[in-house]
Design a protein around this ligand. Structure first.
Ligand code: NI
Length: 187
């Protein structure tokens, strides 16, 4: 059967539209992309803005307080966060780096890529972080407690690190048995 070229072009166009509007799938352990060191962002173009928009939608839909690009399969140094209840604190960090850390505090965490597992770990109580916005402009943030923990958690994702990597020697077995129960790890 011969399909007219115009029909094929239209079909591809419609499929692309459908893809663009679909929410990205959040990657779950043991997806290899979660263990890769993400690449720095070099182009502050419309593609980057589209990725940030998709991440924003996915984070609010989940719902979560933070989401890193590798969690939607994009190995680039981007994360988004909003720790407010009313979606008023949305921030995108591109090429972020922590420049100073102060104090230590316990932080009970979960992760959209490890659904169903929560545990308390230790992190810096306060951090100073610098990053670029979607236009490439550098900005600095001074964050404490929940904001600080969220920044550290999301920045870890850009280095292939998961919060469970910070579990103490005594808590690691809890996670390992959870992995077995969930069928994520093989006995
Ligand atoms: Ni996470």
């Amino acid at each position: 059967m011969k399909v007219p070229a115009i029909v094929l072009v239209l079909a591809i166009f419609v499929l692309n539209l459908a893809n663009m509007s679909a929410l990205p799938v959040i990657r779950i352990i043991p997806d290899a992309v979660l263990r890769k060191v993400a690449a720095p962002v070099k182009s502050f173009d419309s593609d980057l803005k589209a990725v940030v928009k998709q991440m924003r939608l996915a984070m609010y839909k989940a719902p979560g307080i933070g989401l890193a690009a590798p969690q939607i399969g994009i190995s680039q140094r981007i994360f988004v966060m909003d720790t407010t209840e009313d979606e008023s604190g949305f921030t995108a960090f591109i090429n972020p780096e922590i420049t100073q850390r102060f104090g230590k505090q316990q932080s009970e965490e979960g992760c959209l890529s490890i659904p169903g597992f929560r545990e308390t770990i230790q992190r810096s109580k306060r951090v100073i972080v610098r990053g670029q916005n979607v236009d490439g402009e550098w900005f600095e943030a001074d964050a404490e407690e929940l904001d600080s923990f969220c920044i550290q958690h999301e920045l870890d994702h850009l280095n292939g690190v998961l919060f469970t990597d910070h579990l103490t020697r005594l808590k690691k077995p809890l996670f390992n048995s959870w992995l077995l129960e969930e069928g994520i790890a093989k006995p």
